[in-house]
Design a binder for this molecule. Structure first.
Ligand code: FBP
Ligand code: MN
Length: 647
């Protein structure tokens, strides 16, 4: 939101009275408590867990219920009430099944209206009436406002309100009204959401996450390396398409591509069937008991996985030759394979190859695609570029996303800021110009937008830079020297699998280093913080580094990473009282959560407590509003001067 210009304000508030009213209005907003921001990252397709966190407002709803109803409701009642707010439609059904006596049900409605309105009133105290109105279901704005702000003290008024609630029940709109109130409460408790990257890959339903985000009232997104693959696919990058299909095959998620995005994989499947056999090295990572493939599906997946991996390695070799400035020559590996395809020689070491599937690789021209492979990837590219639903999601990602975000003094970046071991910014040289620090981010974002706008160009620099963002040595979203995908598939020696992180990851423990980064991005080094996702915080490690100036919020929504992190994820909350890190337990299933009332919030750690309660005036929005107040005041002065009768 930008501050309105003088001319716009002049037009909007033409009279002295209008100017005065607006000044009073803005001053009042500036004094309200700062609203709550929530931060999440690395959701990796886990829609149900993500959706639960949105519904329980990162654990904030139970806290508000405790504040409000302790002493009036038992802890069990509070829990039942909390789950009504999270999953109103499902919980109403359960209540209706249990309360078979109409009078009991009627009493339940009356109690529930009262409790929900009390809760809504409590959650709304931070906001102006106009903002609360916007959060109400348009169908129920009038009734809700009557009940919310009404005066119940006189007998007549009491009767009037009783009539409204009776009518709601009699006219069969009580359920809809309850559902609407619950959604408004969910919405008011967390005012703004930041997703610090990696919505896509590994889990089964990133498309549902995108649909949900598109309905969210206020969100910004920072792109993660996995998201780039999908943006790149929509932008016509064959490198991104091959990588994302390989990951989908590896995690048994091809349904996302076929069913959610309507992309036909038949040609790829036929190619895979023709050239590949069973191969344990390419069996999918089965991580969900509820989605076990049958033997035929397993065999098909394994073959597709090999076919697309080989296409990926060939395309990558071509890109490395096309872009020497990317300095990725060491990632060309197909030409290091022995003629008998049994070993590979890397850095003077010869390793036996395991799980080899190089039957389409011509030793004389290892990076050339077979004509059939070329046809398949061309057909897939057309399908990705033309998928309407993918474009809808990616358009949203472009409109609300960025490489980094500076927001209320904090810097949000998925991966890192590439630096040397001495902590100096390093980066990528293109055409003799070295891009580093903030300039590197800006250059990459500009190219991404350019490539997205021109999907018919598939191997120009801006499209190749999308792949660089996924895996390049100076990519802020990848943050490692090299991605050892080939070695992980084909070499047993684990030493070759290592992926060396950028020095940023050791330096970010030091407050001075974080101050240096904040300064680079134009933020206040004294009270700003850097917020990262991308690297799962392992058991025993802390997500809070550099005296609280560096926060890592990748806690493992991705099931494959939960054994490493030992938890189910984090959300960070920033409200008027300060910053809190919320630890989440692994989520099981939506059905189980609703039936057993299992919430997943475990602990809250205070990262920083505000000395005094923070107000809107101290936020970015507040600064813009203050500018507006100044302009309005000067307009008012002008008007008063001009309107004074001359002596
Ligand atoms: O666990 P998998 O599927 O083998 O993925 C490992 C790969 O994922 C990466 O960690 C990138 O994904 P993240 O952004 O989730 O870390 C690569 O560096 C690594 O090679
Ligand atoms: Mn990541």
């Amino acid at each position: 939101m930008r501050a309105l210009e003088r001319a716009e304000l002049q037009e909007k508030f033409p009279t002295k009275e209008a100017l005065t009213t607006e000044i009073i209005n803005l001053e009042a907003i500036l004094n309200l408590p700062k609203s709550t921001e929530a931060f999440m990252s690395d959701i990796h397709g886990e829609f149900d867990a993500f959706d639960h966190i949105l519904r329980n407002a990162s654990g904030n709803i139970v806290i508000k219920i405790q504040d409000l109803f302790s002493g009036q409701m038992t802890p069990q009642r509070q829990k039942v009430f909390a789950f009504l707010i999270y999953y109103p439609a499902d919980r109403i059904k359960i209540v209706q099944q249990h309360l078979t006596d109409p009078d009991d049900l009627r009493q339940w409605y009356l109690d529930t209206f009262r409790h929900l309105l009390e809760m809504l009133r409590y959650c709304a105290t931070k906001y102006t009436r106009s903002k609360v109105r916007k959060a109400l279901d348009p169908k129920f704005v009038y009734i809700t406002e009557e009940l919310l702000y009404g005066d119940f003290s006189t007998e007549d008024k009491k009767k009037y309100y009783a009539q409204i609630t009776d009518d709601l029940i009699a006219l069969h709109t009580a359920d809809d009204f309850i559902i609407a109130l619950c959604h408004t409460i969910q919405r008011l408790v967390v005012d703004h959401l930041h997703v610090v990257g990696d919505i896509y890959d590994r889990g089964p339903a990133p498309d549902k996450i995108m649909d949900r985000l598109m309905r969210h009232h206020s969100v910004d997104l920072q792109w993660g390396n996995h998201d780039i693959l999908w943006l790149g696919a929509a932008a016509g990058s064959q490198l991104c398409i091959a990588n994302l299909l390989r990951i989908c095959a590896r995690y048994n998620n091809l349904a996302i591509v076929e069913d959610a995005y309507g992309i036909n994989l038949r040609h790829l499947s036929l190619l895979a069937e023709k050239y590949y056999q069973d191969n344990p090295g390419f069996a999918p990572k089965i991580i969900r008991a509820d989605r076990q493939p049958n033997p035929a599906e397993l065999s098909q997946l394994t073959k597709i996985h090999q076919a697309i991996a080989i296409i990926q390695f060939k395309l990558e070799g071509q890109a490395i030759d096309r872009r020497p400035e990317f300095k990725m020559q060491a990632r060309k590996l197909l030409d290091k394979i022995s003629p008998d395809r049994q070993t590979i020689t890397l850095g003077g070491h010869t390793y036996p190859l395991i799980h080899g599937c190089f039957q389409t690789v011509d030793a004389k021209d290892p990076y050339a695609l077979l004509p059939e492979e070329q046809d398949v990837i061309d057909q897939l590219t057309r399908a990705f570029v033309n998928s309407e639903k993918l474009h809808r999601h990616m358009d949203f990602f472009m409109a609300h996303g960025s490489m980094y975000l500076a927001y209320n003094g904090n810097l949000l970046i998925h991966g890192c800021v590439p630096v040397t071991p001495a902590g100096e910014m390093e980066g990528l040289a293109l055409d003799g110009h070295l891009y580093k620090g903030k300039v590197l981010f800006d250059m990459l974002e500009e190219n991404l937008r350019e490539s997205y706008a021109t999907p018919s160009q598939g191997d120009d620099l801006s499209t190749d830079l999308l792949w660089y963002l996924w895996t390049g040595p100076e990519s802020p979203l990848f943050g490692k020297r090299a991605m050892t995908t080939f070695e992980r598939y084909f070499i047993a020696d684990q030493a070759t699998h290592e992926e060396v992180p950028n020095s940023y990851y050791t330096l970010r423990h030091q407050p001075e280093f974080i101050e240096h980064i904040l300064t680079e991005f134009g933020l206040n080094p004294t009270n700003g913080r850097v917020i990262n996702g991308h690297t799962p915080v392992k058991k025993g490690q802390s997500p809070i580094l550099a005296d609280g100036k560096m926060l890592i919020i990748d806690g493992g929504f991705a099931r494959a990473y939960q054994p490493t992190t030992g938890i189910g994820g984090y959300t960070l909350l920033y409200n008027s009282y300060g910053l809190q890190l919320v630890t989440l337990q692994p989520f099981t299933t939506r059905a189980q959560a609703i039936a057993d009332l299992t919430d997943i919030v475990t602990t809250k750690r205070i990262v920083e407590q505000a000395r005094a309660r923070q107000t809107v005036a101290e936020t970015d929005v507040g600064r813009r509003l203050r500018d507006e107040v100044q302009t309005l005041l000067s307009l008012l002065q002008e008007k008063s001067g001009g309107s004074e009768p001359s002596a």
